[in-house]
Design a protein around this ligand. Structure first.
Ligand code: UD2
Ligand code: MN
Length: 498
């Protein structure tokens, strides 16, 4: 039946929030706010104005199968995902919507939607996780292009055409929309910045990176051009189906959630394809802070295992920087990766060094001389920060932002703690209260030599440690080493000595 004839209200009301029930309990977003909205509610057109003058010859675009995997998704968000696809895509371009129900508690959540035109429902008979579920959907897909979506999205106006156009132009382009934000509390649809791309630090956790101001300036003349991105968020993208198969789909040994976006990103770039964000394509997604579902195996372990598999297959020796940043990862077994390594050989994929130099030059690589690298953390979220100071400036603490810049330091074999060509220096010598200053590095300057001892940073051959106790007035200073909290420091990559 056409989606307009689907009985939305009885479908939604059957799983409504009960009186007195926590609205966030089941989905970790406000289900009640979602349930109140119609499945075809309007959303603001968040595209750059220039996008509306685009036009496409639909007869020349390949059709796509849309694949949505879900585990215990709220009915209202799942239905809105489906309806927004049907409602905002040229019908000729959507061959089918494949819902892969990853063993949700209630089989009817998916099954009832199979009445709707173009919707096919596949149900796993055990929990498989999103990677194997997406592969199942992809294998069943009839169209030449695969489009993966999360189960709580809303596609915006003309979201699909520019994605398919790009793939028609280049079958090795793997393309994403800009992901707009659907507020998890009130479900307001909010346009996201067009100046972001996907990246990561050595902990291999996905993050958004701002384009440099230079790059933003150069894009100003051509805001609709594809943005090449080192990493994809993972949930929303289109890819030529035969190319997806040729490059090895996903790693079927990954479970539940996480790491697969890292893996497919390395793989696509290293094996000759490219990842792009297409700014004229916009899809909203409900971002939330917690997982609403269980992690068979424990969320930390599963995520780390998946991430290790990606690192072990694709990162060559650079994986050591990951282990230096996340030492506990070494303790999680990652299983057999033989068949994934074969994909590298079969597709003659490039080394990780090539990826770093050509795709993600912004990711700082510790120099060979470094024994420790990255941010220098105190407690949970305070980091040493140059505060933008230069030569002769003091240093202080700031909330950790995990994006390098003024919070990036390295320690070398000469025992210097460097920020670019400036070194931490005991400004007034080895004495109580001596302010730590940024001065030009000089190997013969003994006031620039520090030792990591336990988690203290001690001025070499002295009994004074870097201390934040008077940070507000003086910045960081030297103070008698006494293991107090204000002397506890941890490099994000603490041990590069192997
Ligand atoms: C982001 C991605 C997500 C995925 C993940 C890393 C976006 C917008 N989202 O997480 O697609 O790449 O990072 O793995 O880029 N699901 C299952 N089975 C499971 C667990 C989840 O089918 O065992 C479904 C779930 O219902 C949802 C999708 O997988 O549709 C992604 O899960 P999520 O929305 O909890 O993840 P998210 O958005 O935090
Ligand atoms: Mn999601």
């Amino acid at each position: 039946i056409p989606w307009r004839d689907f009985d939305e209200s009885s479908y939604i009301s059957a799983t409504a929030i009960h009186h007195g029930e926590d609205k966030y309990k089941r989905n970790k977003f406000n289900q009640q706010a979602s349930d109140k909205l119609k499945c075809d509610r309007p959303v603001p057109d968040t595209r750059n104005g220039l996008c509306s003058s685009n036009s496409w010859d639909l007869s020349k675009l390949p059709a796509t199968s849309v694949i949505v995997t879900f585990h215990n998704e709220a009915r209202s968000t799942l239905l809105r995902t489906v309806v927004s696809v049907l409602n905002r895509s040229p019908p000729s371009l959507v061959r089918e919507i494949i819902l892969v129900d990853d063993f949700s508690d209630n089989a009817e959540d998916g099954q009832l939607l199979a009445q709707i035109e173009k919707v096919r429902v596949l149900r796993n008979n055990q929990r498989e996780g999103l990677m194997r579920s997406r592969i199942r959907g992809a294998d069943a897909a009839a169209a030449p292009v695969l489009t993966f979506l999360d189960s709580h999205v809303e596609c915006n106006k003309n979201w699909l055409e520019p994605l398919l156009q790009r793939i028609a132009d280049d079958r090795t382009a793997v393309v994403c929309p800009i992901i707009d934000v659907i507020n998890m509390d009130n479900f307001e649809y909010i346009g996201a910045s067009a100046d972001l791309r996907g990246g990561f630090d050595w902990n291999l956790v996905f993050k958004w990176d701002y384009m440099s101001s230079e790059e933003r300036r150069s894009r100003a003349g051509n805001p609709t051009a594809p943005i090449s991105t080192p990493m994809i968020a993972g949930g929303l993208f289109s890819m030529d189906k035969s190319y997806f198969n040729q490059l090895g789909k996903y790693d079927t040994a990954m479970d539940v959630w996480g790491g697969e976006n890292l893996e497919i990103s390395f793989r696509v770039w290293q094996c000759g394809g490219r990842l792009e964000i297409i700014p004229c394509s916009r899809v909203g997604h409900v971002f939330r802070k917690q997982h609403p579902y269980t992690f068979p195996g424990g969320s930390g372990n599963v995520f780390t295992r998946n991430t290790r598999r990606a690192a072990e297959v694709w990162m060559d020796d650079y994986k050591e920087y990951y282990y230096a940043a996340v030492p506990s990862a070494k303790l999680i077994p990652f299983g057999n990766i033989e068949n994934r390594l074969q994909i590298r050989v079969r597709n003659q994929c490039k080394p990780f060094k090539w990826y770093l130099e050509n795709v993600y030059p912004e990711l700082r690589v510790p120099s060979k001389e470094s024994v420790a690298f990255g941010s220098i953390k105190q407690g949970v979220n305070k980091c040493i920060d140059t505060l933008g100071h230069v030569q002769e400036g003091s240093i202080g603490l700031y909330e950790c932002h995990d994006s390098g810049g003024n919070q990036e330091f390295s320690m070398n074999k000469e025992m210097q703690i460097r920020h670019q060509d400036l070194c931490f220096t005991a400004g007034e010598g080895a004495r109580e209260g001596s302010i730590i200053k940024l001065r030009h590095c000089d190997e013969n300057n003994t006031m620039q030599k520090f030792e990591q001892s336990k988690s203290q940073l001690r001025l070499y051959q002295s009994s004074y440690c870097i201390d934040s106790r008077h940070e507000r007035d003086m910045g960081l200073i030297l103070s008698k080493c006494d293991h107090s909290r204000s002397q506890q420091w941890r490099f994000s990559m603490g041990d590069l000595t192997h």
